[in-house]
Design a protein around this ligand. Structure first.
Ligand SMILES: [Zn+2]
Length: 418
């Protein structure tokens, strides 16, 4: 059985990678986490038991969280950019927040595309997302952090969640939803799982599909984040990550596997006739234009986390949306000082190379070659990460290489012309 499951998973992941970038690698991420820390399974089981009990209590005593009470979640967005084009605008961040609120409040215009037979279970989850106004120190914040990083692309190994590995540290996960936006290799996004370590809690979204004005037209409605935040709120994929698996939600039909593209009509699998797969659910893999609903059962599962003693209960008492006590915006982190451009070879005779790979913001700046008398003997505009500088016409001796950019950073290096 295990071998068969592994084989199915391999085929599923493999064929999906062939089709496109992987929509979501949350399941694979969780499997890796469990391999390195098997005791997490006990925590997951405990949360599962808590969730079942909380949902039962909703039904028995009509808990305050079962219904119209709006859960408001403070959000911090960590933008990690290498190329300046990845330093996305505030507007793009706002669009993403708007998309989350649209879909979690069922205010999306495309609810008309929800088939009539699924409409009775479609839910306004009564969950809203707001950019934080107070940081963990109660200082004023926009809820958006921008950070240059020498890392070009990231893996699903959580390194983007730590300043020490050139990413950005999480804010206190008991009070904030952390969203990291960065260039992740080959996948659109992934989420931590409920009950995992607090310092990696949150979702990671590929820059190319964040917001609603990105360039990938099949993923331009902000629904990668809608899907990943669903995981952050304890939802599983509809197919339970195995053939006809269980997503622990009663009103989503069983289905064989994920759906790609933009299907139409009724697709039967796992004896789910007459209505078939709910491929328009946000927890499937369909294109952004082709998903439009959460269900009542998913809503209950998400909201159960916020019940007293639940794993996200503390968010209800977050001070992240309070008026800040200190009106001082924290300074953005400077790039680490050890990341300096390099020159080679040195000494050189004909061609000298300037390597600015770690900080591509040098591209477009002018570098001056200065002799010992202080005279500029050559100027070159940096046009690539490995800029070749022709020094064949210079006389032998020592020279300085000097450049400056707007943030005050300088290049000051010396080299010997042979
Ligand atoms: Zn997923």
């Amino acid at each position: 059985m295990k071998i068969w499951f592994g084989f199915v998973l391999f085929i599923a992941v493999f064929t999906h990678q062939l089709a496109a970038q992987v929509r979501c690698s949350t399941f694979e991420y969780q499997q890796e986490q469990l391999l390195t820390n098997p005791s997490l399974q006990n925590k997951i089981n405990a949360i599962e038991a808590f969730t079942k009990k909380a949902i039962k209590n909703f039904q028995n005593i009509r808990s305050r969280l079962d219904g119209n009470f709006v859960i408001r979640i403070p959000v911090v967005v960590h933008i990690l950019y290498h190329d300046p084009s990845e330093d996305i605008s505030d507007n793009q961040v706002m669009e993403q927040i708007e998309a989350l609120n649209r879909d979690y409040r069922r205010l999306n215009a495309d609810t008309v595309n929800t088939p009539s037979y699924f409409k009775p279970v479609a839910a306004d989850c009564n969950i809203e997302f707001l950019l934080a106004t107070s940081d963990p120190m109660q200082r004023s914040t926009t809820g958006i952090i921008r950070k240059y990083t020498p890392i070009r692309s990231w893996d699903e190994d959580d390194k983007m969640k730590f300043s020490a590995s050139l990413g950005d540290d999480a804010w206190d996960a008991t009070s904030y939803l952390n969203i990291w936006v960065c260039n992740i290799k080959g996948i659109l996004g992934y989420s931590s799982f409920v009950g995992g370590p607090a310092n990696v809690d949150g979702v990671v979204i590929n820059t190319s599909v964040f917001g609603q004005s990105n360039t990938i037209s099949t993923y331009d409605k902000g629904r990668t984040a809608v899907h990943e935040v669903g995981h952050w709120l304890n939802l599983k994929h509809l197919w339970g990550d195995t053939d006809c698996g269980d997503d622990s939600v009663a009103d989503t039909p069983k289905q064989s596997t994920y759906t790609v593209g933009c299907p139409s009509g009724i697709r039967i699998s796992c004896d789910n006739a007459p209505n078939g797969n709910m491929y328009m659910n946000y927890m499937d893999f369909t294109y952004d234009d082709c998903m439009n609903m959460f269900t009542q059962g998913q809503k209950e599962r998400m909201r159960a986390l916020f019940e007293s003693e639940g794993p996200r209960y503390s968010i209800l008492f977050s001070r992240g949306l309070d008026t800040p006590l200190i009106y001082q915006t924290p300074k953005p982190d400077e790039p680490p000082q050890w990341l300096h451009p390099q020159i080679y070879p040195n000494p050189a005779s004909n061609d000298l190379y300037l390597d600015v790979e770690y900080d591509v913001r040098w591209i477009g700046k002018t570098v001056n070659l200065i002799n010992l008398q202080g005279k500029i003997v050559k100027q070159v505009v940096i046009s690539s990460e490995y800029q070749k500088i022709d020094i064949s016409s210079l006389a032998g001796g020592m020279y300085f290489l000097f450049a400056k950019k707007e943030d005050g950073a300088t290049i000051r290096m010396k080299f010997i012309k042979q």
